[in-house]
Design a protein around this ligand. Structure first.
Ligand code: GLA
Length: 382
């Protein structure tokens, strides 16, 4: 990938990049919509990445190009003008520039920047967060900042997403992309935030089934859930739902509409499922961890209503397939992918059978990815 990116950069800009960074996508293991509610969430960085290459320019121009296609985005006089339509991918790096300044950091005045990726976009694997994080690393390197802690890079990248791109996400995606560790899950406790890792038992395998089906209003729906959670928390007397225990929720049931009660029940339940999953993983019990993952999906389907018919089909079908411990939608929902936690005995033939059954029902085939828990984002030295 590095060689291809370099060749693409040289071909587009007729010069060599000076800085290259790569940032992994992530799976959300369990802890759905807990992050912006101040709760805990378990994720893993994956061995699929967004790569960003950069060469500084003296004339203040900014040019950005993506190997995924489209014209070069040129900002002749610098600046961070928000892009629309097929150029809107450039809002991720541009938003990072704005965020860096908001955090009191310098940014390169002019630059050429190229992006290449083997991480599918729109699959719920956080390609946007990976693009933000890799962009942040090359921008920081271009002003001589090589050692910014990964926790700080994550906050900068999230700021870009919240304030420039306009999605009110929590810290999960950016934190896991920055702090991933091979063979381990990243535990983000958004109350601090505090970060740690949990070892994955050796017999754990990740399979992703990407439906490509995506709700047209996905960002609006995410923001709507964010508002519903805030309203529920306010009605219960606190700023954030993660602080609400199941007992408090039950005792205050009459303060919430049915809809807000369902939303709150999902988040409160997810917080408990994260803790229960950690306990199961600590004793190497993947069967129990998998049950919590499947329970998380059912809660998404019934209470948070962020699933789709396609995701429900895959999650249910996978959960009853031999050698699968559990399955759930991964990420924001409203489309995207299902994660199956499986044993090493789960085979490609079994995955194909699931794809065939899906094809019979929906007339399309999900992409299947086998992934492993990988290290976090880094500058790549030649
Ligand atoms: C998206 C957001 C995250 C998180 C998940 C749901 O991935 O970007 O911050 O809220 O959805 O858990």
């Amino acid at each position: 990938m590095r060689k291809n990116l370099r060749a693409f950069f040289e071909q587009t800009f007729s010069c060599a990049p000076l800085f290259v960074a790569r940032a992994p996508g992530r799976i959300e293991f369990v802890g759905n919509h807990t992050d912006y509610n101040g709760g805990q969430v378990l994720g893993a960085a994956i061995n699929r990445h967004v790569w960003v290459a950069l060469a500084p320019r003296r004339d203040g121009r900014r040019r950005l190009v993506s190997a995924a296609g489209g014209d070069v985005v040129t900002l002749p006089n610098g600046g961070e003008k928000k892009q629309r339509g097929e150029k809107s991918w450039a809002n991720y790096p541009l938003g990072v520039l704005v965020a860096l300044r908001a955090f009191g950091r310098r940014v390169p005045a002019g630059f050429d920047l190229a992006v290449m990726s083997d991480l599918p976009a729109g699959a719920g694997l956080s390609s946007s967060a990976a693009l933000e994080v890799a962009s942040a690393l090359v921008f920081l390197a271009a002003v001589g900042e090589w050692d910014v802690p990964p926790e700080a890079v994550a906050e900068i990248a999230r700021h870009a997403e919240n304030n420039f791109v306009g999605v009110p996400c929590g810290l999960l995606d950016q934190a896991v992309s920055c702090l991933g560790r091979r063979g381990r899950l990243v535990l983000v406790d958004c109350a601090g935030p505090r970060f740690s890792t949990v070892p994955l038992p050796a017999g754990a395998r990740f399979w992703i089934f990407n439906t490509h089906a995506k709700h047209a209003l996905v960002e609006g729906l995410y923001a709507a859930r964010h508002r519903e959670c805030r309203s529920a928390a306010r009605a219960l007397g606190g700023p954030l739902l993660a602080a609400v225990t199941p007992a408090i929720l039950a005792a205050n049931r009459d303060k919430l509409s049915l809809l807000l009660f369902r939303r709150a029940s999902h988040v409160v339940g997810e917080v408990a499922r994260v803790n229960a999953t950690i306990t199961a993983l600590q004793v190497g019990n993947l069967a129990t961890a998998g049950k919590w993952l499947s329970a998380s999906h059912r809660s998404s389907k019934r209470l948070f209503e962020n699933s789709t018919t396609e995701l429900d089909f895959l999650a249910a079908r996978l959960a009853r397939t031999p050698h699968v411990f559990g399955a759930r939608l991964t990420g924001g929902g409203f489309g995207g992918a299902v994660l199956a936690l499986a044993s090493p005995k789960f085979s490609a033939a079994q995955a194909r059978a699931v794809v065939a059954a899906y094809g019979n029902k929906f007339g399309t085939a999900p992409d299947v990815l086998r992934l492993r828990a990988a290290g976090g984002a880094a500058l790549v030295r030649d």
